[in-house]
Design a binder for this molecule. Structure first.
Ligand code: PLP
Length: 453
């Protein structure tokens, strides 16, 4: 299996190179040259299913035996025997809980595996990397936890001082591993992101420290997420509809790939909060950029959904030049539209879209609690609201629960009067010592810190 860039002018690479590269050199995202089918045998544990689903994507870069060791290791960190259990919400509507990993959000499903894949490839190549990243909360803690035991990876995560929740900060700063550094920047999340971009644009610095990233466009993250869609369809009699709380379009893209591979999924419902660029696109065939509004579901507060580019490439008949030109116009004018026939072929049969504002989010948390006694987090609530609108009689609806309610306790308490408790494995989070470093919003200071870590 080889991988091509969505913008058509980067080298064709194999799996291991694609994982280490992240972004392609032409600014595009890597996709496999063709979509393989699901394995004939989808029995076994979640880790066994994962290794079987990945096999055709690896192109011999990692043996199936090694991959099975990595998936077993990664999913042993999840606190539920089913890894991603399914629970009933109401007749015909179920939730898949993706939050039983170490940091209580669905990003653990991909990042626990990605850390192990990185370390394995680097060991074979006798290389080391330094991952640098900026976080507004969820991604940083999941990335740190995913690499905390990796011998060949150092990680430095920047976060905006005083602007991440106590739980999110402590999940990063209480990890006691020699390869982990966290930095509180005197600035906003955008300042942190700008510092990271500037470090990557500083070629001598980037090469000297072998900088790397694990952001949501990394192919291995998208691939890892395909597995729980397959798991959903093997446990529920398909075809089913699946609702996905969406930000960067990474999670729902994985569902679309599972469908391409043959999983019996009928529709994918894209659920947005007030930052609804995708929902507006699915309704109007036009994508236009507006500002970002902070909401109660902050991990979905995005301006542009970066992984959408992979679907766009497909809609353009896998023409990279055409995709690159379209994205250039989008950057220049802030507007992107697709032809009616592209829409009819790719979007209309599969995708539905809906949105929830903060008021809807709170009332959905409240109604789920009143009806079932269950507490759900605000991101999951955006999904549940959308799913209830889009559900059809006779077709099972599954909503992906992307975070544990205790990760966003303020919103849950506002809606229900009950403050959700952290699960047992994190009960000591508030008594562990924190280790972090304060730095000004200054590139020279941050580069000196990374160099001296
Ligand atoms: C990251 C995140 C999302 C959005 O996922 P995308 O892959 O960006 O669409 C939704 N919910 C939670 C809790 C998240 O952490």
């Amino acid at each position: 299996m080889q991988y091509v860039s969505t913008r058509g002018s980067a080298p064709v690479l194999g799996f291991a190179d694609v994982v280490l590269a992240g972004l392609a050199t032409d600014g595009g995202l890597y996709v496999p040259q063709s979509w393989p089918s699901l394995p004939a045998d989808t029995s076994g544990t979640y880790a066994e299913l994962a290794a079987a689903v990945f096999a055709p994507y690896l192109g011999g870069d990692i043996s199936n035996e090694t991959m099975l060791r990595l998936t077993r290791d990664a999913y042993a960190t999840f606190r539920h025997p089913d890894v991603v259990p399914i629970v009933d919400l109401q007749p015909g509507h179920k939730l898949m809980e993706l939050f039983h990993g170490p940091t209580l959000a669905f990003k653990d499903v991909a990042l626990q595996l990605l850390g192990r894949i990185f370390d394995h490839i680097l060991t074979e190549r006798h290389e080391k990397v330094t991952i640098v990243g900026a976080t507004s909360g969820d991604t940083g803690s999941a990335a740190i936890d995913g690499v905390k035991n990796c011998a060949n990876v150092d990680i430095v995560i920047l976060y905006p001082k005083g602007r991440v929740s106590d739980v999110q900060r402590r999940q990063m700063t209480t990890i006691d591993s020699a390869n982990v550094r966290t930095v509180a920047i005197d600035g906003t999340f955008d300042d942190c992101q700008d510092l990271v971009k500037a470090m990557f644009n500083d070629a001598p610095f980037r090469e000297k420290h072998n900088l790397s990233a694990v952001n949501s466009i990394n192919w291995a993250r998208v691939m890892a997420q395909v597995v729980y869609y397959v798991e959903a369809t093997r446990r529920l009699a398909g075809p089913i509809d699946i609702t996905v709380p969406t930000g960067n379009f990474g999670n729902v893209l994985s569902g679309w790939i599972a469908k391409q591979m043959g999983a019996p999924i009928r529709r994918l419902v894209v659920a947005s909060n007030e930052n609804d660029i995708l929902t507006r696109f699915f309704e109007s065939q036009n994508m236009n950029v507006t500002g970002v509004h902070p909401t109660l579901s902050p991990s979905m507060d995005i301006q542009v959904s970066s992984n959408f580019e992979r679907l766009l490439f497909e809609m353009n008949g896998r023409d990279g030049g055409m995709t690159a030109a379209q994205l250039q116009r989008f950057r220049d004018r802030g507007l992107l539209n697709v032809e009616q026939d592209q829409y009819e072929q790719w979007i209309a049969p599969t995708f539905r879209a809906a949105r929830a504002n903060d008021h809807d989010t709170l009332s959905t948390i409240r109604s789920v609690y009143e009806e079932t006694g269950m507490l759900i987090d605000p991101h999951t609530a955006v999904g549940v609201k959308a799913a209830r609108e889009q559900a059809e009689d006779g077709v099972t609806m599954l909503t992906l629960a992307t975070a544990h309610p205790a990760k966003f306790p303020d919103a849950v308490e506002r809606a229900t009067g009950i403050r959700p408790e952290l699960p047992e494995h994190l009960a000591d989070l508030f008594s562990k010592p924190e280790r972090t470093n304060d730095l000004p919003n200054d590139l020279a200071a941050v580069e000196a810190f990374v160099a001296n870590r």
